[in-house]
Design a protein around this ligand. Structure first.
Ligand code: ATP
Length: 350
């Protein structure tokens, strides 16, 4: 059992507050992704948890035990960095066995554990190769195996897949998730890729300027973003300024649309907010009367598996996405009818 809690954790470098009063609870066995734009403090938060940075304020607690004063190498965590930091002069087996050798394990124990770990990360028959004789994906697996060698209580990874090309990266995301589920190890991954976070995480922690904006399961964040920053960061969203006119209605583009009250996010009746409408909830029609609003098609992007159509509505560009089967037969420059399926839209503060 390994649960992690940070309590009022802050880190300041000179005048820069990299992590600002972060309190979060991570239950045992969860896969957590720290997600946010460059410079938002993800890496610093991970390094504070790891013990590689000393907090300016606050605490890291592991199963309720304050980790202050415990150096990184005594915390028993497994770590993988973007650079991987594998030893080029050692073989794959020697790299993986390294943390075990440091602990004074016998040659026989190390050898058995290396076999087990290579099997676990699906990398047989490369024990004797040097790191430069491996592909990027294989190197990644070696770094993961090395981090897992000590059976860590917590698994921490900083942008572990960012050096890989898109296809391999997506494959490794699934592999990493399956591995974590098999081991049941509490894991924290830093990423700036929202798709990666949505693929792997039980809990996505969205950060901006050192603070946590929202921590929730991926689909909850997608459907109920805490604010328009999160809505725009997770997936694509049409952010439309609106005014709440009723318990369950808002006005957009001069017309009233229904929005379930539960999604009202503390916007008072009469106050302004932002309605976040996902592109898959925007339907277009060549017949103007079929839509509640009107717009003009600006651009059509046919991606094969999906079709994205941008439409200008009262000076705003609205994105609609559909499958090729549901693609409306419209052309650039054409006036179209638009229906916003607002039943799943989220209302957030301006
Ligand atoms: P990225 O995705 O670009 O890696 P990040 O979200 O991981 O970014 P951090 O690396 O944690 O962000 O940095 C947060 C802020 O703290 C940035 O403004 C950064 O410049 C600053 N910072 C981080 N480490 C140091 C340091 N050792 N000295 C000074 N400033 C630092």
């Amino acid at each position: 059992m390994t649960s992690l809690r940070t309590q009022g954790l802050s880190k300041t470098f000179g005048g820069v507050t990299a992590v600002d009063d972060v309190t979060i609870e991570i239950p045992d066995g969860q896969f957590v992704c720290l997600l946010g734009p460059s410079g938002c403090g993800k890496t610093t938060l991970l390094r504070l948890v790891a013990g590689l940075e000393i907090p300016t304020a606050g605490h890291v607690l592991l199963d309720g035990v304050d980790q202050s004063g415990i150096p990184a190498h005594r915390r028993g965590f497994g770590m993988v960095f973007q650079s991987l930091a594998l030893f080029p002069h050692l073989t794959v087996a020697e790299n993986i066995a390294y943390p075990l050798r440091i602990r004074g394990e016998t040659r026989a124990t190390c050898s058995a554990r290396v076999d087990e770990l290579l099997d676990l990360v699906k990398l047989p028959d490369v024990q004797d190769r040097r790191v430069h004789q491996l592909s990027g994906g294989q190197r990644q697996r070696v770094a993961i195996a090395r981090a897992l060698a000590i059976e860590p209580t917590l698994f921490l990874l900083d942008e572990p897949l960012s050096a890989l090309d898109t296809k391999l990266r997506e494959h490794m995301q699934i592999e990493l998730r399956l591995l974590q589920q098999k081991l049941g190890i509490t894991t924290i991954v830093v990423t700036h890729d929202q798709r990666e976070a949505m693929t792997m995480a039980d809990l996505v922690v969205v950060m901006d300027r050192g603070r946590i904006l929202q921590a929730a399961p991926p689909i909850d964040i997608y459907r109920n973003p805490a604010d328009s920053f999160v809505a725009d960061f997770i997936g694509t969203s049409n952010l439309v300024t609106c005014r709440r006119v009723d318990a369950d209605a808002v006005e957009i583009f001069g017309r009233t649309v229904a929005v379930p009250d539960a999604r009202a996010h503390n916007i008072a009746v009469g106050a302004e907010g932002v309605l976040s409408i996902r592109p898959e909830d925007v339907a277009l029609s060549a017949t103007l009367d079929d839509g509640d609003f009107e717009g003009v098609v600006e651009f059509i992007r046919d991606l094969g598996a999906s079709v994205e159509i941008s439409v200008a509505v009262s000076g705003l560009t609205i994105l609609s996405v559909s499958t090729p089967r549901d693609r409306p037969s419209v052309d650039v420059g054409q006036r179209v009818g638009i229906t916003f399926h607002t039943g799943r839209a989220a209302l957030t503060p301006p």
